[in-house]
Write a new protein. Structure first.
Length: 333
């Protein structure tokens, strides 16, 4: 009887503990969501006023109409420029700057902000060219062809090529929805390719870089590039029937943000890349983008106990966080 009572007590304690953990996670999520909602509500009117009045009133609407007329309403060409060319220029423009520092180690003020000190200093050029060829292959032979079915889906909405641009307020709403959709789809597809069966044949390629650089953000097996890199970003605009200008802005933002997450530098005023850099270092932590699902699933426990978590914030000074919050010395030092 005593043994049975002990077993029941342990089971109850375990259930109670899991219940408390879930309750705590839900409270944190509610807090984050409500805080974000309040901040969004407080800022949206002032930012919208700024965009619509300070930035030359109808400048963007006029520019869009002039571009539309110049292209003679050729929707396919407009879509190709907005969904492919502009995001590609944003990706390679940003990564081109980073590659100079990765290859030459200059300017030195940038290299001071390396997250994994001593890594890619300078980068292995043979390994780098392999990554660049793969990235170009993914863009030309996977990402661009996937725009064809997306184009016909967007045409069915009768809004993507409208002569009237969406309001800035609506674009912010869309951006929020795109981000949530991407977080959900990327987190679970990313965890899926970490399954031992799939990891060996698919995701291991991406993890050849334990200390990533920006261009590696879309260095991946073709299957992974489809299910983890491309679809999570495309699904949101397809659900919302977004305007091509919104799509172009979102694709560009997504590519630059993922490049920052992989860049290996924690630079002032930019979003912190510590979260995803830790994933490349440890492999079984930090699968998502925002970190909310990682918290709910407990896949960030090791990260939260690390110095990287303390450094996971926007750097507002010129002192590298690796200096102000250094890693503890190794046992053999």
């Amino acid at each position: 009887k005593n043994a049975g009572a002990d077993t029941a007590a342990r089971a109850y304690s375990c259930c109670f503990s899991q219940g408390k953990k879930l309750s705590h996670a839900l409270r944190i999520s509610a807090y984050v969501f409500s805080t974000g909602l309040l901040m969004f509500t407080a800022l949206v009117n002032s930012v919208s006023w700024f965009m619509q009045n300070i930035t030359l009133g109808n400048f963007w609407q006029t520019a869009w109409l002039e571009f539309y007329d110049h292209m003679e309403g050729d929707e396919w060409t407009i879509f190709l420029i907005g969904a492919a060319l502009v995001p590609a220029l944003a990706f390679w423009g940003f990564n081109g700057i980073l590659l100079v520092a990765d290859i030459t180690g200059k300017p030195t003020f940038i290299t001071r902000y390396r997250i994994q000190l001593g890594k890619n200093d300078p980068v292995d050029t043979k390994k780098l060219w392999k990554a660049i060829y793969t990235v170009l292959g993914n863009q030309f032979f996977i990402s661009f062809p996937m725009l064809v079915p997306m184009f016909y889906i967007m045409k069915s909405w009768d809004n993507t090529f409208s002569k009237e641009l969406p309001t800035f307020q609506w674009f912010l709403v869309e951006l929020s929805i795109f981000t949530v959709v991407e977080e959900i789809l990327f987190y679970y597809s990313h965890r899926l390719v970490h399954h031992p069966v799939l990891y060996k044949h698919i995701h291991k390629k991406h993890h050849e870089w334990t200390a990533p650089i920006g261009v590696v953000s879309i260095y991946a097996h073709p299957i992974e590039h489809i299910i983890s890199n491309t679809l999570p970003v495309m699904i949101g605009p397809m659900i919302m029937g977004s305007h091509i200008v919104s799509i172009s802005a979102w694709f560009s933002i997504a590519l630059v943000i993922t490049s920052i997450s992989h860049c290996g530098y924690h630079l002032p005023l930019l979003p912190s890349p510590e979260f995803h850099d830790f994933h490349h270092l440890k492999f079984n932590q930090c699968y998502g983008v925002l970190g909310v699902l990682d918290f709910l699933h407990g896949t960030d426990k090791m990260f939260r106990q690390s110095k990287a978590f303390e450094r996971h914030k926007v750097l507002l000074s010129l002192t590298p966080l690796s200096e102000s919050i250094p890693d503890p010395p190794k046992k053999d030092e």
